[in-house]
Design a binder for this molecule. Structure first.
Ligand code: NAD
Ligand code: MG
Length: 401
């Protein structure tokens, strides 16, 4: 096992962290800013970036006074620029703006919290600048894990997981020899449809799928949690973050989301990380690693906690999880195809254009129709991504006409 991170030097540990926060208006982004508010002396914001929500981005800029902000959607540039006209904050836009922010010399830590493959290029820019990256944007590792791993080694970039399961594994690995890891087990809540009759899955509505039992998150990851594609993406994320083989990664359903994941070692011992479901804890750990800073996040109430349950994941109920394991085993561009097809299918489901069970069906179709390539260079991966998006759109338009 070869983890793609290294412990930062003591100099980095003591210095204040200056953040470049990509995806600042989202669920992870806004919670990251909550952490910044807790530690005004120790964390500052160099840059903020968002997709299209210029109003919230302007509000955040006024509150946190970064040097530069970026709005990815060019059409919102003028509104954002107007809103910040009386300040000295520089406003940039588009993909170039995102990459500029991700590689800014003034930033010590890049928080990668854009949703989807849209986060790939800015995250690569951060890797190529040798940054320490607090990584929430799991899709980057799903699409381009092998490329990111290679570049991270080449440029000395360190990736620290924000995803709660990977943060749990990362925390369990501190102080351990990587050779003594036998397997890792990602826990999954099972989402809102763990016990619903599979025969009624066709009738699942957008509102039902957006109603996650334990976590409040962005729309895309909430749907991914309902299909359990989220866990599938996390399996692939774990493969690259921790240098594991597919056989070394397990998934177990744990409805309470108290155990965030665990590691089994070669002597039979297992270490788990526990906490109430609150993303602020793993976000903070990614910013303070290898230290822990005192914070008022909720603690587990051991007096009222009655049971922790576990069950095997059901591949028949959740075909997306099976498809993700298949993509991981196929390797090459297959995970990029899986991810792109999923992104389009989820967007169509959120727009009420397809049903819940169409999501895995469309992904499986794309995986068999898009020729898989061994290429893991950026161009091959982007081509696979585009072909998969096109395959899903064509399939859906044929369905409608
Ligand atoms: P979200 O939808 O709430 O926020 C997404 C952010 O990305 C927003 O700031 C949005 O403006 C920005 N964005 C969207 N498209 C963009 C584009 N094309 N260019 C630039 N910016 C763009 O999503 P989220 O729930 O915060 O998730 C962010 C990432 O973190 C995802 O990869 C998700 O899987 C991961 N993650 C989220 C959670 C969670 O609790 N929300 C937990 C674990 C991992
Ligand atoms: Mg997770």
């Amino acid at each position: 096992m070869i983890p793609i991170y290294r412990a930062p030097s003591p100099i980095q540990r003591d210095a204040p962290r200056r953040l470049a926060l990509l995806g600042s208006t989202g669920s992870i982004g806004t919670q990251t800013l909550e952490i910044v508010k807790l530690f005004p002396e120790r964390i500052s914001v160099h840059a903020l970036a968002a997709g299209s929500n210029w109003e919230l981005l302007a509000e955040q800029a006024l509150a946190f006074q970064p040097q530069v902000v970026c709005i990815a959607e060019e059409a919102r540039y003028a509104s954002l620029k107007d809103a910040l006209a009386t300040t000295s904050i520089r406003v940039v836009s588009g993909r170039e703006g995102l990459c500029e922010i991700a590689s800014a010399e003034e930033a010590d830590v890049v928080v990668a919290a854009i949703v989807g493959a849209a986060g790939l290029r800015p995250t690569l820019a951060a890797v190529e600048s040798g940054k320490m990256i607090a990584l929430a944007n799991k899709e980057t590792l799903v699409v381009a894990g092998s490329l990111v791993e290679r570049l991270a080694r080449e440029y000395g970039s360190m990736l620290i997981p924000v995803d709660s399961e990977h943060s749990a594994i990362f925390q369990c690995l501190v102080g351990e020899d990587s050779d003594s890891v036998e397997s890792v087990t990602l826990t999954a809540s099972g989402g809102p449809f763990r016990q619903r009759s599979v025969e009624t899955f066709d009738a699942i509505t957008r509102a039902e799928a957006l109603n996650h039992p334990n976590w409040s998150m962005g729309a895309k990851i909430t749907i991914d949690s309902a299909t359990m594609m989220n866990k599938g993406l996390e399996v692939i994320e774990a493969r690259w973050l921790f240098g594991l083989t597919p056989e070394e990664i397990n998934v177990i359903v744990h409805p309470q989301s108290i155990i965030h994941s665990f590691v089994t070692f070669s002597d039979g011992s297992a270490k788990a990380q526990l906490g109430v479901p609150d993303m602020k804890v793993p976000i903070q750990y990614a910013l303070t690693f290898p230290d822990r800073w005192p914070a008022p996040h909720d603690r587990i109430d051991w007096n009222t906690l009655r049971s922790l349950n576990f069950e095997k994941p059901d591949f028949h109920r959740f075909p997306c999880l099976r498809l993700a394991f298949e993509a991981l085993k196929q390797g090459g561009s297959a995970p990029a195809v899986l991810n792109a097809a999923n992104e389009v299918a989820v967007a169509l489901f959120l727009a009420d254009q397809i049903g819940f069970t169409d999501i895995p069906r469309l992904i499986e179709e794309a995986m068999s129709s898009v020729p898989s390539s061994d290429g893991t260079d950026l161009d091959s991966l982007l081509a696979a991504d585009e072909s998969a998006r096109q395959a899903v759109r064509t399939s859906v338009s044929e369905l409608v006409t």
